[in-house]
Design a protein around this ligand. Structure first.
Ligand SMILES: C[S@@+](CC[C@H](N)C(=O)[O-])C[C@H]1O[C@@H](n2cnc3c(N)ncnc32)[C@H](O)[C@@H]1O
Length: 271
């Protein structure tokens, strides 16, 4: 089994995505979506951005490597009576089912960054975008002090080192890497812009309960707990994560969690 697919099917990202709904809607409002636009959401999960994009009038295809998340996305669209959004399995490193130049907008929010072979991913995103179209990526930033970069950093410190030649997903959060990858896919430097943006997680429960969701349902953290359990260090890992979530929480309510996380927003204009 493809280890990238196995990682995301091991968990259930829908449980985390519930804390991302309002921020997903807010992000989509900044994308300039108009009626009838063809939008690809790559690494879409269960539709955090795909479903609001469809509500804004776009015809949306969500593509994700995890079969469970594709099924969850289709269930959500159906339950909400949305007919202009559907979800399919696919791999960002090779979108062989998709024709060249078929989307006005390709969006990938914390999605394609997790695929291996980043140069292939950039090439595929450019290939399926129409001339004059746009690609928007949201990528976590390595060593950033805010939530997700720190979750991934702490998780990595409990997990065995990755195999030789592994390229960290976090390198998508470094502007020089982004430029190099899209330049290799034929995009001129002035067609690529990167800026810091913020994504806010909102959870109806205290920070320690949100840590529990990451522990049991988020692939990278689940792997860290598996490794930590073997070393007898699971309590240390949980303590570190609870301290992180509590220190970042800005909710005034004791029974709710609000945490803003910085990310690199990448916009690519396809000539
Ligand atoms: C952090 S989740 C984000 C999901 C969604 N974009 C959201 O914001 O809720 C990362 C997603 O990327 C997907 N993914 C990872 N590797 C992929 C690949 N090679 N091709 C397509 N999707 C991939 C995972 O299955 C998962 O749904």
């Amino acid at each position: 089994m493809n280890p990238n697919k196995a990682l995301w099917e091991k968990g259930d990202f829908t449980r985390i995505a519930e804390s991302m709904r309002p921020a997903g809607v807010a992000l989509v409002e900044t994308l300039g979506i108009t009626e009838g636009m063809d939008v690809l959401d790559l690494g879409c999960g269960d539709g955090t951005t795909a479903i609001p994009a469809a509500r804004a009038g776009a015809d949306v295809l969500g593509v994700d490597i995890a079969a469970n998340l594709v099924a969850a996305g289709n269930r959500r669209a159906q339950a909400e009576g949305i007919t202009n959004c559907h979800f399919e399995e696919g791999d960002a490193t090779n979108l062989r089912e998709l024709s060249d130049q078929s989307f006005d907008l390709v969006v990938s929010i914390f999605g394609a960054m997790f695929a291996p072979k980043p140069f292939d991913v950039a090439k595929e995103m450019v290939r399926v975008t129409r001339p004059g179209g746009r690609i928007v990526m949201g990528n976590w930033i390595p060593n950033d002090p805010t939530l997700v970069a720190q979750i991934l950093k702490i998780s990595a410190s409990y997990t065995p080192p990755p195999p030789e030649g592994f390229v960290s997903p976090m390198t998508w959060g470094i502007e020089a890497n982004v430029v190099e990858r899209f330049a290799a896919a034929g995009i001129p430097h002035d067609g690529i812009t990167c800026r810091r943006d913020t994504f806010t997680f909102n959870f109806e429960g205290p920070p320690a309960e949100l840590v529990g969701l990451f522990q049991h349902f988020y692939g990278p953290t689940m792997n860290a707990f598996d490794a930590a359990n073997k070393d007898g260090r699971a309590d240390d890992l949980r303590r570190e994560l609870v301290a992180l979530f509590e220190s970042q929480n800005t909710s005034a309510r004791a029974d709710a969690t609000t945490i803003a996380a910085a990310f690199l927003r990448v916009t690519v204009d396809v000539p």
